[in-house]
Ligand binder design. Structure first.
Ligand code: PQ2
Ligand code: NAD
Length: 189
């Protein structure tokens, strides 16, 4: 599977099931500004509360074939293998589908990640050990503190300046490459 960054703001994310796992997936998409619909006869208290605050939509019933039609991303998160399998049949092959009880059943898997500013560390074990993915993300994030994120922001604005300048292309390329080595210099500026 290909690791990519996707802007899910205002995209429709439809999650079938309303248990603990649905809640964890939901939280990530909510934070990223997606439109979320939960379809499930029962939900955990946190999902009920989000629905009452009108931050998500909860449809209180079992899944039906047309429920996923408008979704950009579909997440089959019930505790029933046969229902999750059914959700796959309802989904179009051009939709992104994550099946939480069988990572190879869909065409998308969630990754463990931390994100600060424009900087992201993401780890996938491809279903081998989600817990290990979580642990490694935490370990790998350790060296990158707030000062690193600030330096990255400075590099970003310098990069925009270089790209917008009238310098010859070869010189732009040289300067852009040099920028990536300049963390120390920025620190001392
Ligand atoms: C990374 C993370 C992202 C997220 O959920 O957003 C994520 N799972 C997380 C946590 C976690 N999941 C599980 C535990 C219990 C300990 C353990 O089993 O390890 C813990 C640990 C915990 O809860 O602390 C159990 C589990 N997970 C899956 C199955 C089914 C199966 O594999 O059969 C079962 C067994 C169910 C059972 O008990 O039967 C399946 C998937 N879980 C994935 C993602 C995808 C593969 C990612 C990868 O391998 O890298 C995949 C394939 C599909 C998907 O869900 O996209 C998130 C960490 C978030 C963070 O970083 O904070
Ligand atoms: N991918 C992961 O990260 C991960 C982690 C742990 C567990 N799991 C797997 O995920 C599954 C769900 O775990 P959970 O703890 O959220 O379970 P849960 O029992 O807390 O929740 C299951 C939800 O599915 C809903 N549901 C059942 N039948 C439905 C139907 N026909 N239509 C719509 N909704 C329906 C229930 O109402 C309930 O809200 C488990 O089977 C487990 O194997 C995945």
């Amino acid at each position: 599977m290909l690791p990519i960054m996707i802007d899910v703001k205002d995209k429709q994310v439809t999650i079938i099931g309303g248990g603990k796992v649905a809640l964890r997936k939901l939280s990530v998409f909510l934070e990223q500004g997606a439109n979320i619909t939960i379809i499930s006869p029962e939900v955990v208290d946190e999902i009920r509360a989000l629905h009452e605050e009108e931050r998500i939509v909860w449809i209180k019933r079992e899944v039906l074939p047309d429920d996923v039609n408008e979704a950009f991303i579909v997440i089959a998160a019930t505790n029933k293998r046969s229902v999750n399998e059914q959700v796959k049949k309802y989904s179009d092959r051009n939709q992104l589908l994550c099946v939480v009880d069988d990572g190879d059943c869909g065409n998308m898997q969630m990754v463990s990640f931390t994100q600060k500013g424009t900087f992201t560390i993401a780890v996938s074990t491809g279903g081998a050990s989600p817990f290990l993915a979580k642990k490694l993300t935490s370990q790998l994030s350790q060296p990158f503190d707030d000062s690193f994120i600030e330096k990255l922001a400075i590099i970003s604005s310098k990069r925009k300046e270089i790209k917008a300048s009238d310098l010859p292309e070869w010189e732009k390329r040289k300067l852009l490459r040099e920028l990536s080595y300049k963390l120390e210099v920025i620190e001392n500026e």
